[in-house]
Design a protein around this ligand. Sequence first.
Ligand SMILES: *[C@@H]1O[C@H](CO)[C@@H](O)[C@H](O)[C@H]1NC(C)=O
Ligand SMILES: *[C@@H]1O[C@H](CO)[C@@H](O)[C@H](O)[C@H]1NC(C)=O
Ligand SMILES: *[C@@H]1O[C@H](CO)[C@@H](O)[C@H](O)[C@H]1NC(C)=O
Ligand SMILES: *[C@@H]1O[C@H](CO)[C@@H](O)[C@H](O)[C@H]1NC(C)=O
Ligand SMILES: *[C@@H]1O[C@H](CO)[C@@H](O)[C@H](O)[C@H]1NC(C)=O
Ligand SMILES: *[C@@H]1O[C@H](CO)[C@@H](O)[C@H](O)[C@H]1NC(C)=O
Ligand SMILES: *[C@@H]1O[C@H](CO)[C@@H](O)[C@H](O)[C@H]1NC(C)=O
Ligand SMILES: *[C@@H]1O[C@H](CO)[C@@H](O)[C@H](O)[C@H]1NC(C)=O
Ligand SMILES: *[C@@H]1O[C@H](CO)[C@@H](O)[C@H](O)[C@H]1NC(C)=O
Ligand SMILES: *[C@@H]1O[C@H](CO)[C@@H](O)[C@H](O)[C@H]1NC(C)=O
Ligand SMILES: *[C@@H]1O[C@H](CO)[C@@H](O)[C@H](O)[C@H]1NC(C)=O
Length: 793
Amino acid sequence: MDHRIDFFIAILLLSFTNVDGKGNALNASEALQDDQLLTSTNGIFQLGFFNTTSSNIRYLGIWYNLPSKMIVWVANRDHPIISGSGTFYLSPAGTLFIQNSTGQDIWSTGSQFSQGEPQACLLDSGHLVVNDTETGKILWQSSYQLSDSLLANTPLGYVKLLDSTLEYQLSSWNSTGIDPSPGQYVRKFDPARKNELVTFKGSYVFYRTGPWNGTGWNGFPKMNKPELLRFHVSASDDGGYFWYEPINPLQLWIQVLNSSDGRTYRYYWNASNNNWALFWTAPDQSTPPYATCGPYGIYYDSTCHCCTGDFHYKKEDLDKQQFSGGCIRDRSLNGTYHKFVTVTNLKLPDTINAVANGTLSKSECESWCQKNSSCTAFAYIGWQGCLAWFGDIIDMQKFNPDDGYGDSLYIRVASKKGSHNWKIIFIIVGVGIAAVLILLAALILIRKLLIRWLFNKPLQTGENNPSDGEEDIQIFESFDFNTIRKATGDFSKANIIGEGQLGQVYEGVLDSGEEIAVKRLSKHASKGKEQLKNELYLLAKLKHRNLVKLKGFCVQQQEIMLCYEFMQNNSLDRMLFRLPEGASELNWEQRYKILQGISSGLLYLHEDNGDIVIHRDVKPGNILLDRKMVPKISDFGLARLYEEERSFFPNTSIVGTLGYMAPELQNGMLSTKADVYSFGMVILETISGERNTSHPTGLISLVLQYLNEGRLLELKDARLKEPCSEGEIRRCIHIALLCLLEEPQMRPNMREINVMLTSKSSPIPSLPHLSSFWGNVGPPTVVDSSSLLYHSL
Ligand SMILES: *[C@@H]1O[C@H](CO)[C@@H](O)[C@H](O)[C@H]1NC(C)=O
Ligand SMILES: *[C@@H]1O[C@H](CO)[C@@H](O)[C@H](O)[C@H]1NC(C)=O
Ligand SMILES: *[C@@H]1O[C@H](CO)[C@@H](O)[C@H](O)[C@H]1NC(C)=O
Ligand SMILES: *[C@@H]1O[C@H](CO)[C@@H](O)[C@H](O)[C@H]1NC(C)=O
Ligand SMILES: *[C@@H]1O[C@H](CO)[C@@H](O)[C@H](O)[C@H]1NC(C)=O
Ligand SMILES: *[C@@H]1O[C@H](CO)[C@@H](O)[C@H](O)[C@H]1NC(C)=O
Ligand SMILES: *[C@@H]1O[C@H](CO)[C@@H](O)[C@H](O)[C@H]1NC(C)=O
Ligand SMILES: *[C@@H]1O[C@H](CO)[C@@H](O)[C@H](O)[C@H]1NC(C)=O
Ligand SMILES: *[C@@H]1O[C@H](CO)[C@@H](O)[C@H](O)[C@H]1NC(C)=O
Ligand SMILES: *[C@@H]1O[C@H](CO)[C@@H](O)[C@H](O)[C@H]1NC(C)=O
Ligand SMILES: *[C@@H]1O[C@H](CO)[C@@H](O)[C@H](O)[C@H]1NC(C)=O
């Protein structure tokens, strides 16, 4: 099917008339009669009684109020009103009831304890929500009891309670369009697996999507349509959930679990023909039934294969083309020698018998699996990290490598001793040759050559004008090694003032009395050299009051040292979180000035230096403070020049510091907005005096909570004693929240932020709705799009 932009144009042409005048809400003790309807404010959803056949059987439900009615939710699926008409009412305590014609309650939402007047409201998002109008607390919502349909921004998942698990799952109708009672299919975000959606038919697995890999379900490539829908998964030890978000909020979507074939159908509304258009189904035609190829079998090219050459199907199974028995190992695993064979572009096996450990690196993952002989395979995927399987692996599908879908799986197989020896000999010879080469290179390279090599070649993406770097470098003074040694007391431990990415930083005093800071590249930091070159190149080029200034450098044999102006007040990190003895707290005025300074520095990096430079590691530890508390951005080791036409860096390794990294970096999207995000976090930390990472739920959740509870100013650092401007603090929090929006395009740029921070009368854009932060905050509650706006700051 051709999904083109035309359906984006789908503008709703709905009549906003409301026949029964019930509006969108039911007050306490109020009833909705059989012939009455609630209509959401935007007119898109209706709630009322309906029948599916000409019989008198009545249900209460919510549907899309469109020419082609689509029922999205049914209350009394199991308990229809058999004859006569029903009544729907809200008790004063906040419970919803359906009564049949003889006044008997046939359905309810269970005990509620509303402190004030409760109200039931049909929201613009299609959800029915009961809340306590006195406390605003949500008592119940229809998404707690999903039917066969999933609306946008609705969580599908589970919450672990002390002794049970609450699941928010879809279940198909018994028969589509006729009988809404729960049918044989259930689709859920399975708590027993590692973040994958599974459709069950009765108690059997019917289909699984594959685990979430940060960009999508590993086994469902169709989902890759970021221009139309965004998908989110959030999980912790206490629960997990999935939801989808239309990019165009006016576009209507629905996802239905079909009662007859068990597939999930995703539709959107096509306004040009007033009908629902099918977007995709999961599974689709190319997906084999669950476990078709059996353990260690892979579905590929419309048939089954064993996952590696170390396995085979039984001859009689092959003859009968009957693969579900799976593959057998050529050589059993009970010998001493094992190796891992890589299979790429794979829908990973069922995670029911997988164990996840997100803290392991890829090589740790391998050795973890290697060590435990019952570990049969492992994978290292985005977002989840290390997954290791124990026992047989099943339900794999290989995608066409040209499409790049799927992820790699490493499968344990037995290996012969001999092949190991060859490998070892190869490695030894290789290492030997490399060592000789390195030695030769070291001997040949005299100091001058090394310098030329360092500075002649511009770094990262600056290929276009190779002479620039060299000219700029001449601005730096070249220090003599003995001068530096003397200044730092022969690199005495007492003079160490910091530990950078590349090595130690020493304090020193030159003969002239001038104080300097010396960064000494650790000899072992091999990858540090790239970063150092980067830093030198950028510092040669960049000059600004709020960037740290390089005074000179020194090259001694292979060792390289950089000399910076000395910063009397160390770093913002030190001043906020690890205040040195005898130093006094930063007061609000100083903190505000520091934030302004950082924003000027970043603005210069992003826009005003003639190039676009992204720092990539903005955090209080990299904000140095001079005698007058003027902030200087430092540590350009990770920064990079930015080519405007290419905003996607698929091969960029994700770098930065946890707690300050923008969410889109996970997907390889790098732009100046990543620095904006980090700066937002620096603002919150500067105000609160607390590290983001040391707060259990993170500062963003904390702010949102304070915001919703109307006690925003409690975020303020308790150590800020003197009266400080509440207006400024509110303004800064507001700016920080804008910087921290999940969607990079929605964040302001540094120029706008700089204006907002420096000119107190300049307007600030209002905050968009809560879902913009959902990627960052804990458990979902469905909120009306109209009520999503924050309390004004
Ligand atoms: C419901 O209650 C609100 C105030 O709580 C009131 O303004 C409104 O008129 C009531 N609606 C009906 C239909 O009684
Ligand atoms: C519901 O019942 C009424 C009256 O029996 C009938 O006219 C109507 O067609 C039925 N609706 C559906 C969808 O069958
Ligand atoms: C109403 O519900 C009660 C209890 O389920 C049932 O006994 C009664 O027959 C129902 N009345 C009608 C008219 O269906
Ligand atoms: C909840 O109650 C408040 C009153 O506290 C009301 O203004 C709001 O519209 C209600 N929200 C929902 C989602 O029903
Ligand atoms: C679903 O429909 C079938 C056939 O109409 C019926 O036998 C079965 O009892 C129904 N299941 C439920 C749970 O109502
Ligand atoms: C379910 O699938 C059948 C065909 O397989 C289709 O005709 C029907 O419209 C589907 N139902 C829904 C609710 O999508
Ligand atoms: C939407 O409706 C128009 C008019 O019937 C049709 O031409 C178009 O193909 C439809 N779009 C999709 C994606 O089905
Ligand atoms: C090794 O595996 C083979 C075949 O799986 C089995 O027969 C044998 O008993 C195993 N040996 C040990 C020591 O487990
Ligand atoms: C992950 O691995 C680390 C290091 O081996 C270990 O300390 C940690 O407990 C593991 N976590 C889980 C959830 O297994
Ligand atoms: C191997 O892993 C399994 C599953 O995590 C565990 O039960 C078993 O104790 C482990 N064995 C060893 C030797 O660590
Ligand atoms: C996640 O899975 C999808 C679908 O197979 C694939 O296209 C994508 O490349 C994977 N992403 C990563 C980061 O592995």
